[in-house]
Write a protein that binds this ligand. Structure first.
Ligand code: GDP
Ligand code: ADP
Ligand code: 5GP
Length: 207
């Protein structure tokens, strides 16, 4: 019997490297980890694929999903709605697969209230200047959008102390190693190991 998957909440100010870290982690499609694909009402960026990066929906459809209680959590971020589907998360965790939520602090608080065992990870950039460079370097948003995201970054970062773990994404490879260490350590807790190795433990502890 495999243990229930762990739910990881990953938050960061826009541009801190959250998406890059999660895609590097899941790059070779490990069978035991999955990122949750959110619903959003924002416009797709060039290269973003519906159903893969987000489920892109109209505002009316999003509001209907709220009314249907389809969301585990939802929030308004930068004037757009974002939400996490409840059903997909539950089904995936039940299969013993770890799930990663790339969500903002408002969503993180809602998840923690409903599922206190969820593990919060906050990604910080090494400095404000570097954050600005990354947002500009990504080349995906207009100057206006970048300015708005920089304004929001400080208030977003003020929530870092609501999370269980903090990773500083200065050297990317070190940050990725840190992320992997957090995931591994969660699989080694006594509670997890008791379920994962139940048969082995029976053999070891038999009178
Ligand atoms: P990014 O900042 O480059 O990652 O830009 P995105 O448009 O991908 O994400 C914008 C914001 O929405 C980020 O703060 C995300 O963490 C947040 N976000 C994405 N999906 C969800 C979600 O399902 N729920 C919540 N609450 N926030 C989300
Ligand atoms: P987020 O998802 O948090 O908004 P991204 O993953 O899109 O951030 O990263 C923002 C930009 O910064 C991207 O262009 C990415 O390639 C770059 N980046 C991410 N991590 C690092 C790092 N450690 N050093 C330098 N650039 C980075
Ligand atoms: P972006 O528009 O750059 O893709 O995302 C902007 C912000 O929205 C990011 O901080 C991202 O983490 C957050 N976000 C994305 N999906 C969700 C979601 O499903 N729920 C919440 N609460 N935030 C989300």
């Amino acid at each position: 019997m495999s243990s229930r998957g762990n739910l990881f909440i990953v938050s960061a100010p826009s541009g801190a490297g959250k998406s890059s870290l999660i895609s590097a982690l899941l790059g070779d499609k490990p069978a035991d980890m999955q990122v949750s694909v959110s619903h959003t009402t924002r416009q797709p960026r060039p290269g973003e694929v519906n159903g893969q990066h987000y489920h892109f929906v109209a505002v009316e459809e999003f509001k209907q999903l709220i009314a249907d209680e389809a969301f585990f959590e939802w929030a308004e971020v930068f004037g757009n709605y974002y939400g996490t589907s409840r059903r997909v998360i539950e089904q995936t965790l039940a299969q013993g697969i770890d799930v990663f939520l790339d969500i903002d602090w408002q969503g993180a608080q809602q998840i923690k209230q409903q599922m206190p065992e969820a593990i919060g990870i906050f990604i910080l950039p090494p400095s404000r200047d570097e954050l600005q460079r990354r947002l500009t370097g990504r080349g995906q948003d207009s100057a206006e959008v970048i300015a708005a995201r920089m304004d929001k970054a400080v208030s977003e970062m003020s929530h870092y102390n609501e999370y269980d773990f903090v990773i500083v994404n200065d050297d990317f490879e070190i940050a990725l190693t840190d992320l992997r260490a957090i995931i591994r350590s969660q699989r080694l807790t006594q509670a997890s190991q008791t379920i994962t190795h139940s048969d082995m433990l029976k053999g070891l502890l038999a009178e």
